[in-house]
Design a protein around this ligand. Sequence first.
Ligand code: DOR
Ligand code: ZN
Length: 348
Amino acid sequence: MSKSITIVMPDDMHLHLRHSDMLDFVLRDTVKQFARAIIMPNLSVPIINTKLAVAYRDSILNSLGKIRGDLRCFEPLMTLYLTDTTTTDEILMAKESGVVFAVKLYPNSATTNSHAGVVDLFKNCSKVLDTLQRIKMPLLIHAEVSDHRVDIFDRESVYIDKVIIPLREKFPELKIVIEHVSTKEGVDYVYSSPEYTAATITPQHMLYNRNIIFSGGLRPHYYCLPILKSELHREYLVKAATSGDKRFFLGTDSAPHDVKSKENNCGCAGCYSSYNAISLYMKIFEDVGCISNLEKFASFHGADFYNLPRNKQTLTIYRNENIVPDKISFKNLNIVPLAYGETLQWSI
Ligand code: DOR
Ligand code: ZN
């Protein structure tokens, strides 16, 4: 049994850094494990243009300066929040800035801070989609219909049929990432599609099935969107992630909310995994005997899809039994990390 493994430093291709104290908190955990991260734009004031993206990036770098004197240890890869009124000029400006790497599509009202999300993609965003295809900038999709008449467990598969398939027909070379893919249907779509489609996979969707949300009582810290699915889907995701297929890569969707907002009569969606993301992914890969594919999933496939150079630094992960704390506190914040109370075998 090996005592440690060293891999090229991973990237988190889907991260919610938030702002203010929460930003300091999440960044502190992130930089220990990741050299870069794709930063989600769904702040309460969404990052809908390049000016806001540049200002948000500055605040991340400012926070980084407080944590680590050396700003080169981490690079935030900014994204723009797509709306029904985003213009092609805005997209071109974003590309020109050199700091925006993708555009995020939230269907209106599908999840946290998606109130400004897209109402009618094909009617309102065709020119933007055409531009994204032309400049090879990825479109990152929260692939769930927001029609609340559709069963919550079916919202991803319905979205694939209703939106992704027609989108791909209209824009055959558009780079698409199905974010936090959570179903067999989503994975099968990626398998069936050309080189321009990929998917990120979170730790929670591979560690747990939906039973955990209701095990012995209602457990809000396992509530995220897309919601956890049944065991069949979980196993299918693990197989895709650990197979070495280049279309699947690491994206934690680490989405912290203070305990007061989670343990609430209308609790927020999101699991916080930045605290120990790599240890969690290690567990998933070790349980199926595929540790040798972790580096591809965590450090190569994402960078390759985004046409970024692979990282030069390395990360060593040690076999070291550790218990995940029930709560982490920072200033006035209290966060319950994913896998709280569980014993993990690896740490960094
Ligand atoms: O669980 C989630 N939390 N899913 C999302 O899509 C958004 C995220 C958040 O920002 O809290
Ligand atoms: Zn997310």
